[in-house]
Design a protein. Structure first.
Length: 302
């Protein structure tokens, strides 16, 4: 039985990963700041499902809180793994409040890496990156071997910075580090600021939906259970080498066009969408597509 620390434990992916770890008999220490980027009652509801289970401990804590996070090394000195998922999410909001992204995503990463240095016997540090790091790359599918020096959003820049910090800590302190680049995760208990919920709510209400780049958008939508499976497979296979660091894509390997996505929602609701065609949003990219060959080879991910 392992003890795993999960940051962002009340989040969409974090709570789902915590459920899977508890189901297989691991102990989970969860932390989350329960911020109001979206409806806090959803985060509290996810958390309630976890706190009723044996083996789960929760601390309300911000990952950028140095003293609070580093104190966990005394409270939980025998952590086997860390899954760092807490972050300020959303590409568009990064244009409004860039400071929130630097605080949560960059300072938060450094604070968690400093915690990892203080934990004796830590086997693996797994953290969330994003498909957004591929920026304006036009070669698809995106491979972990592709250059990622040209982010097109502030969010993407913070996630690429996280990867660089992880590489440096792995080099300096020999802590096994694995970064996971998630591709458009969807499913039950998902974030209400994602397209599925925004579109569905608007169509039911008879309100127009904004269709960016006039519908010429493609996404590699990845179901939450597949993401959870990939996270656990990565956790159980600590990075090796000199330095012990790895990066993987966790995606569906199948691209869907935005207008087809909307058509599926229309079909399910038996209602037509009022589509308001808009130009490309700053910070967005027209297409994401995951090359998962390395994930298949090393993790058995599918």
């Amino acid at each position: 039985m392992a003890t795993i620390l999960i940051t962002g434990a009340a989040g969409f992916i974090g709570s789902s990963v915590a459920q899977a770890l508890l189901a297989r008999g691991d102990r989970v220490v969860g932390i989350d700041n329960l911020n109001d980027y979206y409806d806090v009652t959803l985060k509290q509801a996810r958390l309630a499902r976890l706190t009723e289970q044996a083996g789960f401990t929760f601390h309300k804590l911000d990952v950028s809180d140095r003293e609070g996070v580093l104190a966990l090394a005394q409270k939980h000195p025998h952590l086997d793994g860390v899954i760092h998922l807490a972050a300020q999410a959303g590409v568009r909001y990064s244009l409004i409040d860039p400071y929130a992204y630097v605080t949560s995503n960059v300072m938060g990463q450094v604070v968690m890496l400093e915690l990892a240095r203080r934990l004796k016997g830590l086997k693996h540090f797994v953290y969330a990156s994003s498909s957004s790091v591929y920026g304006g790359n036009t070669k698809t599918p995106f491979s972990v071997d592709d250059p990622v020096e040209k982010p097109v959003s502030l969010y993407a820049a913070t996630k690429r910075t996280d990867e660089l910090f992880a590489h440096t800590y792995a080099h300096l302190f020999a802590i096994p580090m694995t970064g996971l680049r998630f591709f458009t995760v969807y499913g039950p208990w998902g974030r209400p600021d994602m397209a599925a919920f925004l579109f569905t709510r608007a169509i039911i209400a008879g309100e127009p939906i904004k269709v960016f780049n006039r519908g010429e958008m493609w996404r590699d939508f990845t179901y939450i259970d597949d993401i959870v499976n990939g996270v656990l497979r990565a956790l159980d296979r600590p990075a090796t080498g000199t330095p012990p660091v790895r990066l993987y894509n966790l995606g569906n390997n199948k691209v869907e066009k935005l207008t087809d996505y909307i058509a599926r929602i229309e079909q399910a609701l038996q209602r037509k969408a009022i589509m308001q065609m808009e130009p490309m949003q700053p910070g967005e990219v027209p297409k994401t597509s995951a090359d998962i060959e390395a994930s298949r080879r090393d993790l058995g991910y599918e």
